[in-house]
Design a protein around this ligand. Sequence first.
Ligand code: ASP
Ligand code: MG
Length: 420
Amino acid sequence: MKVFKFGGASVNSIERIQNVAKILTSYRDEKILIVVSAIGKTTNSLEKVAEAFYSGNSQEALQLFRQVKKAHSDMAKYLLVKTALKAEERLESFYTEVEWLLHDKPVRDYDYYYDQIVSIGELLSTTIFSASLEEAGLKNEWIDVRDIFRTDDNFRDASINWNYTSKQVIEKVIPLFEKCPFVVTQGFIGSTDENESTTLGREGSDYSAAVFANILNAESQTIWKDVEGVMNADPKIQPDAVFLKELNYDEVIEMAYYGAQVIHPKTIKPLQNKGIPLIVKCFLDASLPGTIIHNNAVNSLPPIIIWKYNQVKVDLHTTDFSFVNEKPAGLLYQMLNDLKLKPNLTQSGAVSMHLCIDDNPERLEKLAIKASELFDVELEKNLTLLTIRHYSDEVIQKLSAGKTILLRQQTPETIQMLMK
Ligand code: ASP
Ligand code: MG
């Protein structure tokens, strides 16, 4: 058994959906659980619908939702013949699910509505995807993952109930492979025991696939992307980025932690726990080998470079020149935690602390107000945080040339520099 995950970019046009069907043709003798994201930027569009609805603009929300509907129905119309009726019926039932809600007035909190609305993206994409495979002669079973993935009700960042979910996968998903080689389902979403839809956090489909891989004891998980594999830097920022043939789990966890947008950070653990290799492969050229991520030690990696823009330096200085000991530091961490602010770098001295945080003006203002009870607080904005793993002096020089370094932290493996 294998698990495949196809992201939004792999299904964002008629040609691309057909291309995926072509790729899958060469896997028809295997058993593959296929997790699919919402088409293209649908999740962003649905976020707009949720925002409009929650701010009381139901007409605007309906109007925005009509655009999402049209895009999906148009796509279905072009792609589907034999399966068109069945697929359109299913699409309609999901459209109705959302429209019913949009006609109401919001009475619960935003995150709840967000999940009820945004979760539809994956249900729509997989409906079209599954029908397209059928059209291409690829027999498959479509399932609503909300019947399988049970989560808590922490909307927008729900946690999986592993016991219940495992039981569902074993009882309801595994038997489907007796009928056909492919089972198609949604990433990113789940459901509470009250049958409310939930989401697992943006870009969560990688993680959904890993949950399936873990429970199914899959031989591997493949994430299909529009790039050759994992690179040592973002090629859009650094055209000299190089392809990495092999990585180990720990390296990828570190990369995700420092902000590399490779794979959803939660993805690795379920795979690592069962030693399931993760392959990042290119859907534009399936003959390329891709990057393999596994438990083996990988030596001699090139420098891995991660840029984070829009950073804020928060300087905290004790007002009475008392030392920054556990007490003020503890209180500060409590404030950060309450405001859901995660520093990307922290440094403390005798009477001061420095943090580097993603710019979130609203939360930072709250932090500044609260922290000023204990510290003199200063903020400096528009900074860039550079992280280099497996650095060399040469690469540090090259990437920091002409910049002012405001904070710097170094271990034998990793250097971080906050710069302007
Ligand atoms: N569609 C969701 C998102 O865009 C989940 C995913 O693509 O992984 O965040
Ligand atoms: Mg995506």
